[in-house]
Design a protein around this ligand. Structure first.
Ligand code: FE
Ligand code: FE
Ligand code: ZN
Length: 296
């Protein structure tokens, strides 16, 4: 199983620290933002401590590195040309950073239409991707399935396929399948995952899935909310998430947890990832997970 979580890349250790944390958690894959997810200030590639991080990855037989683009860039904004232009320029640099990190996938929230309607946004996103993607890049841009919060697009497989079809070098595109987002968008990943995969296969093709974001959801199917929950504590449940993690066709696809950190009674936050990864590997749900995380 290729599995890991979102880990931070910050402080003096940067990428080396992300790798160390992931190894401590028992992961063999990881996902990072190249800086804060909510802003676009980024350090120079030389300051990310990539060679040391890569050396440690190799030593531990790590399987995959995934980068997530900041979620404030919006290729779908057709009202503000400067916002679109900024997103294109930023993402060109993000592709370079992802390649320098040796990442296989660069996860992107495709965009939001901010009132212009999905078709206008999809045309804009397609145009942006055509400006960003070069045949020389190694990393694939993984279009994430979105929950449909606000005016997000890519909330169904048809819209994602519309983007893929419009991109010239679409061999450089993949899909990031987020279990919380698809649940919230109205797909029954809990009870009918095989059917959801059949539908995905017919519309896009299963081989396009490059990353799985494995998250439980705080909300009901179709709620369009996008609030992640710890595995087994949400509406999807541990059994379904364990099934997805072990889905035969995803053996070589990295599974990345983006579940929330757990607050103790003193409001101190604790990482859930070591225990959640252990649950997935053992197949056993710890109903005392929250207590265990707090007392760890
Ligand atoms: Fe995301
Ligand atoms: Fe996600
Ligand atoms: Zn989300």
């Amino acid at each position: 199983m290729i599995i890991g979580s979102h880990v931070s890349m910050s402080g003096k250790k940067m990428f080396l620290g992300s790798v160390e944390t992931s190894i401590e958690n028992g992961a063999n894959a990881l996902m990072i933002y190249t800086g804060a997810p909510q802003n676009t200030r980024r350090k120079a590639i030389e300051d990310l401590r990539i060679p040391e991080g890569r050396a440690l990855l190799t030593e531990h037989d790590f399987k995959d590195v995934v980068v997530h683009a900041p979620y404030i860039v919006n290729l779908g904004n057709t009202f503000k040309p400067e916002s679109f232009k900024f997103a294109v320029e930023f993402l060109k640099e993000e592709v370079k950073r992802a390649d320098a990190l040796g990442a296989s996938q660069l996860v992107l929230h495709p965009g939001a239409h901010v009132g212009a309607g999905p078709d206008a946004a999809i045309a804009s996103i397609t145009e942006g991707l055509n400006q960003i993607i070069t045949p020389e890049q190694n990393v694939k841009i993984a279009l994430e399935t979105m929950a449909g919060k606000g005016t997000e697009v890519a909330t169904n497989f048809e819209q994602i396929q519309q983007i893929i079809t419009g991109v010239e070098h679409n061999e450089k595109l993949s899909v990031c399948f987020d279990t919380c987002h698809t649940n919230d968008a109205g797909y029954d990943v809990k009870n009918h995952f095989d059917d959801v995969m059949d539908e995905f296969d017919q519309i896009i093709g299963l081989q396009k899935i490059g990353v799985i974001h494995l998250n439980d959801s705080k909300n009901e199917m179709g709620s369009h909310k996008d609030r992640h929950e710890n595995l087994g504590f949400g509406t999807i449940g541990f059994e379904a998430l364990h099934y997805i993690a072990n889905f035969d066709k995803f053996q070589n696809v990295p599974k990345i947890l983006e579940t929330p950190w757990v607050k103790d009674p003193d409001a101190k936050k604790h990482s859930p990832y070591q225990l959640e990864l252990a649950m997935l590997k053992s197949g056993k749900f710890y109903d005392t997970l929250i207590e265990k995380i707090i007392n760890n």
